[in-house]
Design a protein around this ligand. Structure first.
Ligand SMILES: Cc1ncc(COP(=O)(O)O)c(C=O)c1O
Length: 425
């Protein structure tokens, strides 16, 4: 910030601080932008920043002409739809989502954001199973509302806020078994048995709720783990709810992560990139047999069937399919993994590299002092060179580029990351 911010930017940041209620992770802001195009952000001083963070909304990049065109046309045709009516674009989107979803997920509700969709899924679980208890993971994030932080496990969101939902049981995150037992396979086996144990000993858990690939740390338990959990849920009458809010829609190399691992949940929640990096959009997909609580409100959100959001989502799905972004994510992801493995061979500070499609993680260790200090130093070095990304779990550099990125741009970004890592030693 000291090196790059000009007076106009500093003034805007000061106004931001004065007018917005301060909150963790949003205040103070790092910089101010006035452009977002493809993989690039542009700040007020005209510096371009490659965005490998994007709050996970930018599978199709920023300002994709198909998405912007569809939104503009929809604004002219029908800008809003009051809840007692429906509209062609919303129905078409729901039909399309059910068509691309794994077999058996034939019903859909739209929502104006991922957190709201998680809340809807929690209510659906209660109505369908008659059980209010849930099992989710410590350290997980499923949104920032009170119901979502109750099933979430991040201290930052839960600490000091007072009573949360009751019956929200938690198990350790994926890394626990691996770290505790020292080898990934044994750890995962014990972790799976832990889920089975909690479900059987409690006997009244309504749902297991998890990300099939943990977003912040880029950790994907094996398909065998999820098959085991699926069977446990079936045995004990619990629904399996997958939160794919940041991870769905092509990034894994498949439309949905659950298709990559071959395990179908009872409820699938998506969001983020569904709105094409323009509009807040999310959806809950579930089995037709669970469409049986027509006399209660699951969502009832004002912007539930927004024609504009639905137009953005339809165009987003068109782009993902027609531009071959899923194949691209697989190919570019493999290329990046090869480069990251090479990097790990050159830098002892790298503990692990991992990825699924174009979601990549470089986990730093303590070889050169505190891993989290090292991660911050690498991040700030990268920001200085015009690359933005997120640190997950304190020390994992998480790289989440738009799927429209070219191979040479991806290489340029990995070069920047490696230069930052080299500076550590
Ligand atoms: C895994 C996961 N679930 C839920 C959410 C909440 O989504 P939203 O912020 O769109 O409400 C997020 C947001 O980061 C997320 O990463």
């Amino acid at each position: 910030m000291d090196e790059h911010l000009d007076p106009a930017t500093r003034d805007l940041l000061a106004r931001d601080e004065r007018v917005f209620i301060h909150q963790s992770l949003s205040t103070p802001c790092l910089n101010a932008i006035d452009g977002a195009d493809g993989i690039w952000l542009t700040d007020l001083a005209g510096r371009r920043i490659m965005d490998f963070h994007g709050n996970s909304v930018h599978q199709v990049g920023y300002g994709h002409p198909r998405v912007i065109g569809a939104v503009k046309r929809q604004l002219d045709a029908l800008p809003f739809c009051p809840r007692r009516y429906t509209n062609e674009t919303a129905v078409a989107l729901a039909e399309r989502l059910c068509a691309v979803a794994p077999d058996g997920l034939d019903k859909c509700l739209l929502a104006p954001g991922g957190t709201s969709a998680i809340g809807m899924a929690l209510k659906l679980v209660r109505y369908v199973t008659g059980r209010h208890k849930t099992l989710s993971m410590w350290d997980a994030f499923h949104g920032a509302s009170l119901d979502a932080i109750s099933i979430g496990g991040e201290a930052l969101f839960r600490r000091g806020v007072g009573p949360l939902l009751t019956g929200t049981e938690h198990i350790p995150p994926p890394s626990w078994g691996r770290d505790y037992f020292g080898d990934a396979q044994t750890g995962e086996r014990f972790w799976a048995e832990y889920v089975e144990y909690v479900l059987s000993v409690q006997g009244d858990v309504g749902a297991v709720i998890a990300e099939p690939m943990r977003w912040t740390t880029v950790e994907a338990p094996s398909p065998a783990f999820w098959r085991f959990v699926r069977a446990s849920c079936d045995r004990h009458g619990a629904l399996l709810v997958f939160d794919e809010i940041p991870s769905a829609l092509g990034r894994s190399g498949h439309m949905f992560v659950c298709q990559a691992i071959g395990v179908t949940p009872d409820i699938l929640v998506i969001g983020k990139g569904l709105g094409g990096a323009v509009f807040p959009m999310a959806a809950v997909l579930t089995r037709a047999e669970y469409d049986r609580v027509g006399d209660v409100a699951l969502g009832h959100y004002t912007h539930e069937k927004s024609p504009v959001g639905c137009a953005a989502a339809m165009a987003t799905l068109d782009v993902i399919e027609e531009e071959g972004l899923m194949d691209g994510a697989r190919a570019l992801g493999e290329h990046a993994m090869t480069r990251m493995r090479d990097m790990a061979g050159r830098h002892e500070v790298i503990d692990d590299v991992r990825g699924m499609g174009l979601h990549l993680g470089i986990a730093l260790g303590d070889a050169l002092g505190s891993a989290s200090d090292a991660a911050e130093r690498v991040l700030y070095h990268s920001l200085g060179e015009g690359l933005s990304y997120k640190i997950g779990g304190g020390s994992v550099l998480t790289l989440c580029p738009p799927l429209t990125i070219t191979r040479s741009e991806l290489d340029e970004a990995l070069d920047i990351v490696e230069r930052g890592i080299a500076v550590l030693s």
